[in-house]
Design a protein around this ligand. Structure first.
Ligand code: SAM
Length: 211
C-alpha cells in the first residue's frame, strides 16, 4: 500500500494540472451523482485525488469526508478548499481500509476512478458496504477490461503498462469485465440501480445497499 501512496504522491502535482479528459462524460456523471444526493446527506469519497469533485458536490450535501491514500493529493485538495472557502468538506489522508473512516455510517460512498486500482475487489466492496447506512448509495466509476472499439491510445497504453509498472511509473491496475465488477458489487449486498459506460470502457454504477 505504501508503494501506491508513493506513486500517487509523485503524480499529484501533474494530476492537479491535467485537464479532465472527457469533459462531457464528467459533467454527465456529476449531474447523475448530484441527482441522488440531498442537503442532509453525509458523504464519504474514497480516492478523492485533488478534491475537485468533492468541492463541486459540497454545496448540495451536509458534509463530505474526502479521503485519499496520497498525502500530496490531500494537501492540494485542502489548499483548493481553503481558497474556495468551502467549509463542509474534510480532506483526510487515508486508505479505504483505514479505521479512521469508520466515523460513518454514511448516506453515500463515492469511489470515482478508484476500484480498478485496488487489488482485492471483494474486500473493497465489503468495506464500502460496511461504511454505508442500510439503503445508502455506492456510486462508482471504474475502468474495465477493454474490448473491441477501444480507442487506439488506450490500447497502446495497455501494451506498455507492464513495463511502466516495472519502472514504477504506473500503479497497480486490474481491468475486470463489467459483469465481474457488477458481480462483486451484488455479492457484497448491493442492488445496482443505474449504469452507463463511456470509453475506454469506464463503467458508472450506482448501487443501493440492501437493508
Ligand atoms: C485515478 S485517481 C482518481 C482521483 C479522483 N477520484 C478522480 O476521479 O479524478 C485515483 C486516486 O485514488 C487514490 N488511491 C489509490 N488507492 C487508494 C486506496 N487504497 N485508498 C484510498 N485512495 C486510493 C490515489 O491516490 C489517487 O488519488
Amino acid at each position: 500500500m505504501q508503494q501506491a501512496a508513493k506513486f500517487w504522491d509523485g503524480a499529484a502535482d501533474s494530476y492537479a494540472k491535467s485537464p479532465i479528459k472527457d469533459k462531457e462524460a464528467y459533467e454527465y456523471t456529476l449531474g447523475r451523482i448530484k441527482s441522488y444526493l440531498s442537503d442532509t446527506d453525509r458523504v464519504l469519497e474514497v480516492g478523492c485525488g485533488t478534491g475537485s469533485t468533492a468541492l463541486l458536490l459540497a454545496p448540495g450535501v451536509a458534509h463530505i469526508t474526502a479521503s485519499d491514500i496520497s498525502n500530496n493529493m490531500i494537501r492540494i485538495a485542502q489548499q483548493k478548499a481553503s481558497s474556495q472557502s468551502v467549509q463542509n468538506v474534510r480532506f483526510v489522508t487515508s486508505d479505504l481500509f483505514d479505521s479512521t473512516l469508520d466515523k460513518g455510517p454514511y448516506d453515500a460512498v463515492l469511489a470515482l476512478n478508484l476500484i480498478h486500482l485496488i487489488e482485492d475487489t471483494e474486500e473493497a466492496m465489503k468495506r464500502i458496504n460496511q461504511l454505508l447506512k442500510p439503503g445508502g448509495l455506492f456510486v462508482s466509476k471504474t475502468v474495465c477490461r477493454p474490448g473491441k472499439g477501444t480507442p487506439f491510445k488506450f490500447r497502446l497504453m495497455l501494451m506498455i503498462l507492464p513495463l511502466m509498472q516495472l519502472l514504477k511509473k504506473a500503479p497497480f491496475v486490474k481491468f475486470m469485465e463489467i459483469t465481474e465488477l457488477e458481480g462483486h458489487i451484488a455479492t457484497a449486498g448491493f442492488k445496482i440501480i443505474e449504469t452507463s459506460t463511456t470509453p475506454p470502457p469506464s463503467r458508472f454504477i450506482v448501487a443501493r445497499k440492501l437493508a
